[in-house]
Design a protein around this ligand. Structure first.
Ligand code: ZN
Length: 138
């Protein structure tokens, strides 16, 4: 039986432990993320998608090594869903890497209000044995 793991964004392996998903989890376990690249039109996706939203072709995983980004947008969540209510208020931010790919994640180490354009760094946390998270650090 496969070991159960959870990903920060609310996905769990209870629902679909596909080979694609297993590869994504394995990368997270090694504290790295993967992008996906369309096998037809070469569009790139972060987080990865199994199918290209432009041409519907399948995608394949590719290493993603960028860790520095700029804040392009954020929201301060005061009224959180039940599962995150203990963390409210918290900040969810969209960071853009130099390649132009964007990633949404929490910022967890803010000492003041975020500012569009500020530098972000991709970080990883091990919440417990079964959960690996990625987040923005400032
Ligand atoms: Zn495509």
């Amino acid at each position: 039986m496969a070991e159960k793991k959870e990903v920060y964004l609310g996905y769990t392996t209870d629902k679909a432990l596909t080979p694609w998903y297993v590869e994504w989890l394995a990368a997270l376990e090694q504290e790295r993320i993967m992008k996906s690249v369309c096998t037809s039109c070469k569009a790139e996706y972060l987080p990865p998608r199994q199918h290209c939203q432009k041409c519907l072709s399948v995608t394949e995983f590719a290493d993603f090594t960028e860790t520095e980004a700029k804040l392009v947008s954020y929201v301060i969540v005061d009224f959180a869903p039940e599962s995150l209510s203990s963390k409210a208020p918290y900040v969810v931010a969209i960071g853009e890497f130099p390649s132009g790919l964007r990633l949404t994640a929490h910022i967890t180490n803010l000492m003041s209000l975020p500012e569009v354009g500020m530098a972000l760094k991709l970080g990883f946390d091990r919440v417990d044995d079964k959960k690996v998270t990625y987040r923005w650090l400032v």
